[in-house]
Structure formats: C-alpha cells, structure tokens
Write a protein that binds this ligand. Structure first.
Ligand code: CP3
Length: 336
C-alpha cells in the first residue's frame, strides 16, 4: 500500500509521503522536449500516450510517492462546450458563454484523460499512488466568466452579484460535471483525487459558504457515497481563517495548506481526523540554498508525528532547477 494513501487514511506509513503540485511541467527539460512535439496545449492534454508520459516523468527522476495525472482544470469548461485555448505567454483564453442552457457536460470529450489514467496506473508500481483532479466550482466559474486569468476576478464576482440565477445554475452544472469527471477518473484507476480551488481566496467572506464550502461539501459527500475507499484532498487556496469552517463542514480526507498559512496554525486548528498536505514555498524551492534546507527541516519538525504529506503551498514555478526538487526529497528521506 502506498505511504500517500496510508497517511490520508490515518494509518501508519513506512515513510513521509511527498509529491508536488505541478510536479510535471516546464521546469523539466524532458517535459519541454515532449511538449514541443505538440503545438496546442489542450491537444497535448488530450493525447493519452503523451499525457501519460508527462505524468510519469517526475517519478522517473525523483523518489515521489504519488503521480498526478497530467491534464488541466480547464478541460471541464472545454467538455461543457465552451471553447478553451492557450495563448503562448498569456495563459488560458475562453470564448464568452452566450447561452448557459446550451452548456452540457460531455464525458466522452474527456475519454483521453481516462485512457491516460488507465495507462499510468498500469505502469506504476503499487506503492505509488495516482491522483486524479478537477478544478472547484468557483475557480472554474471564474475562468469561464472572465474568459482568462485575472488578479482580482472582479468580472466573475460582478456576474455572481448581478445574475444570481444564472450563477447558481452554472454552479450546480459545475458541481455535477466535477463529480462526473472525478468519478470517471476513479473508475479509470485514480487512487485519490484533489480538488483545486486556486482562487477561493478571491471569494468575499459573506459568499464563502455558498461558493466554497457548500459546493465542496456536495461534491465530497456524493463522491464518497460512490467511492468510499478513495481519499479526497481539497485545496481552497487563500482561505485564511475560513479554512477552519471549511474543514469542519466539508470533512475531506486531506487539506492542502497554501503558502500563506502557517503550518503550525493549520495543525492546531484543523480537525485531527484530516491529513494536512503542504506547504513549502514554491519561490523558496526555486531559490534553493540554505534557506530551502532550513525550511524543509523546519516543516519536518513542525509536522513530525502528524498526519502530514509533504508538498508545496502552490505549484512548482517554471524556472525551478530540478536539482532543488531532488534536494527536498533527499532531505525529507535523510539520505544525504
Ligand atoms: O503536474 C501537475 O500538477 C499536473 C498538471 C496540471 C496542470 N495544470 C498542467 C499545466 C495541473 C494539476 C493543473 C491545474 C491547474 N490549471 C490549475 C490549478 C492549480 C494552480 O496552479 O492553481 C489552474 C488554475 C490551471 C489553469 C491553467 N493552466 C493556467 C492558469 C495555465 C497557464 C499558466 C502558465 O503557467 O502558463 C495553465 C497551463 C498549464 N497547465 C501548463 C501546465 C504544465 C503550462 C502550459 C504548457 O506546458 O505549455
């Protein structure tokens, strides 16, 4: 059994599990070479053999405990019928939604994701877990309404305030689509799933319950009813003190703690029945040196004896030297 799954289930593990958000990607030269063979990013995501290869690349280099399927959170808007494309140097672009009623989730569109999961699970040894994932309703709605990334997502919030019925319709559609997508990933072989609410921190406090807590609660409850043995990790990034309410209400198996949240605060204030994951600073991972060594040691000390999975507080940054990732894993394992 994998150390990653054991810790999520609150069982003793042979070692501290580690994986990194965005562990596959542009900081790896072998990813850049593979990626260069396909022009368009979404076509690359829907190319099952290449997506499977990108998923496995970081596990060939580093002694990680889990792979995360190479895909993107924006495959859901794409499978709903909203055209998504990636501009080089600009990030995602989505066509405006003109008719919300015309959106409908087509799981068949995501068949290559499920095929890639099947291939990766077959290639991985049993002690390595495979993580499936999806974006959460607020984060997906934010991209769908803005049509691109944003620092503030004020157009998305304007939509929620001024068109509440359409916003509620879209939220429910996203909840159902996320549930279907996660469930299909589990059926294809994912051992655990993570929900990325990367922009939860943009949700104003009075809207947090309706837009972050309750949608996660509905998804977690329904997914658990279908797949009781599969652990669910939530990443409501930027939630701050609201993480306490989130954890108590949603009761996921794991919470990924972001970079801005002190780990000792999280261990103190989140229910002991929930595994914490995180929260090394990705900028420090990129910088390296003594500061990085000290931070890994300090996290180890803080989290010793607790239900803890080593990870970053957000994704690996593209300029990160791969050697720094190796250093972190070696320090964690005390193999230096
Ligand atoms: O290794 C892994 O973690 C799996 C792969 C993964 C990607 N995206 C690949 C990717 C995962 C888990 C994601 C999730 C994702 N996608 C999130 C949530 C996590 C987070 O970082 O907050 C979000 C918000 C997105 C949306 C998205 N996709 C953006 C904003 C961008 C552009 C950003 C950029 O750095 O260019 C992407 C593109 C993307 N997704 C890339 C990768 C490796 C870079 C594009 C490329 O390789 O050509």
């Amino acid at each position: 059994m994998s150390a990653f799954l054991s810790v999520l289930r609150g069982q003793p593990a042979p070692r501290i599990p580690v994986w990194l958000m965005r562990q596959a990607g542009r900081y790896l030269p072998e990813y850049r070479a593979l990626r260069a063979e396909t022009k368009d990013f979404l076509s690359f995501c829907y190319d099952a053999p290449r997506a499977a290869e990108a998923t496995l690349q970081p596990l060939r280099r580093f002694d990680l405990d889990a792979a995360i399927i190479f895909s993107d959170i924006l495959v859901i808007p794409d499978a709903l019928g909203q055209k998504v494309f990636f501009d080089v140097g600009h990030g995602p672009r989505l066509d405006p939604v003109t008719d919300f009623a015309a959106l409908s989730f087509r799981p068949h569109h995501l068949a290559p994701v499920y095929a890639a999961i099947k291939a990766v699970r077959a290639a991985l040894p049993p002690e390595k877990a495979l993580i499936g994932f999806a974006g959460s309703p607020f984060t997906l709605l934010a991209y769908m309404i803005e049509g691109q990334g944003s620092k503030t997502f004020d157009r998305a919030l304007h939509f929620i305030y001024t068109r509440p019925d359409e916003a509620a319709f879209l939220r429910h559609l996203l909840e159902d689509s996320i549930l279907a997508h996660l469930s299909a990933q589990i059926q294809a072989g994912a051992d655990a799933v993570q929900l990325f609410d990367s922009w939860a921190g943009m949700v104003p406090a009075p809207l947090y319950k309706d837009w972050v807590i309750l949608p996660h609660q509905r998804i977690v409850t329904a997914l658990r009813a279908r797949h009781p043995a599969v652990p669910i990790v939530c990443f409501p990034r930027g939630s701050g003190v609201k993480l306490m309410d989130f954890a108590r209400t949603v009761q996921p198996d794991g919470i990924s703690v972001d970079t801005s949240t002190p780990m000792d605060w999280a261990l103190e204030n989140l229910p002991k029945t929930i595994t914490v994951q995180g929260n090394l600073d990705p900028a420090l991972l990129c910088a390296g040196g003594r500061g990085l060594d000290d931070a890994v040691q300090s996290l180890k000390n803080t989290c010793s004896g607790r239900r803890w999975i080593m990870n970053l507080g957000h994704g690996v940054l593209p300029p990160t030297p791969p050697d720094h990732v190796k250093r972190v894993v070696d320090l964690l394992r005390d193999t230096l």
